[in-house]
Design a protein around this ligand. Sequence first.
Ligand SMILES: O=C(CO)[C@H](O)[C@H](O)COP(=O)(O)O
Ligand SMILES: [Fe+2]
Length: 223
Amino acid sequence: MQPTVIAPSILSADFARLGEEVDNVLAAGADWVHFDVMDNHYVPNLTIGPMVCEALRKHGVTAPIDVHLMVEPVDRLIPDFAKAGATDISFHPEASRHVHRTIQLIKGEGCRAGLVLNPATPLDVLDYVLEDLDMVLLMSVNPGFGGQSFIPSTLRKIERVRERIAASGKAIRLEVDGGVKPGNIADIAKAGADTFVAGSAIFGHADYAQVIGRMRAAVDSVR
Ligand SMILES: O=C(CO)[C@H](O)[C@H](O)COP(=O)(O)O
Ligand SMILES: [Fe+2]
C-alpha cells in the first residue's frame, strides 16, 4: 500500500500570493502540490503554465509538484513541465493521439506518469497501459473548475481501479480529484484511494493545518 498523500490544488489558492500560499499549505502538512493546467480548449477554463511551475521551484518549493494537464494536444508541453520542475505529470487519454507514447515521453523526461479518467471515461482505457503507469487519477468532477460537488458514482469506480491495481502487483498510486472534503475523504479512502487532491476544501478554510489534519485523521481511521 502506498503512503497517504494529500495534495492541495493551487487552483483555489490566492494567485496574487502564490509562493506564500504554497509555503503555507506545505507547512500545514500537505505532501504534494497539485498544479492544474487548463487551456480553454480541452476544458473551458484557462490557468497556469510551466513558467509558474518554474517560479515555484525558484521560490524554494522542494515538495513534489503533481501537474494535472487538461490541455490538448498534450505532448508538446511535457518536456517544458519536466524542465520547470514537475515530478509527476498526468494527462487525459482523449488529449493524446498515442497514449502509450505520451506515457513513455513523461517517463523519458524523468517524471512519474499518470493517466486521468473523467467521470464518464470507462476503465478500459487502462487495459494495455496500466502496468506502465505510476498513477491512475480518477476525476470525481468534470474537469475545468474547482469547487464542484463530488460525483458519488466515483466510489464504485475507485473500488474497480483498486482491484485492477492489486491484480497488477505494481506500486501504482490511485489519486482522486474533485470535491474531496473532510466529510467524504474517509469513504474515498475506504474505496481504495491513497492520494487525495483538495482545492476549495483546503484553500477555502482559514486554518490550513486544521483542515489537512482532519483530512489525514479521517484517512488514517480507515486505511
Ligand atoms: O482538476 C481540477 C478541476 O478540473 C481540480 O484539481 C479540482 O477541481 C480541485 O478542486 P476542488 O477540490 O475544489 O474540487
Ligand atoms: Fe486537478
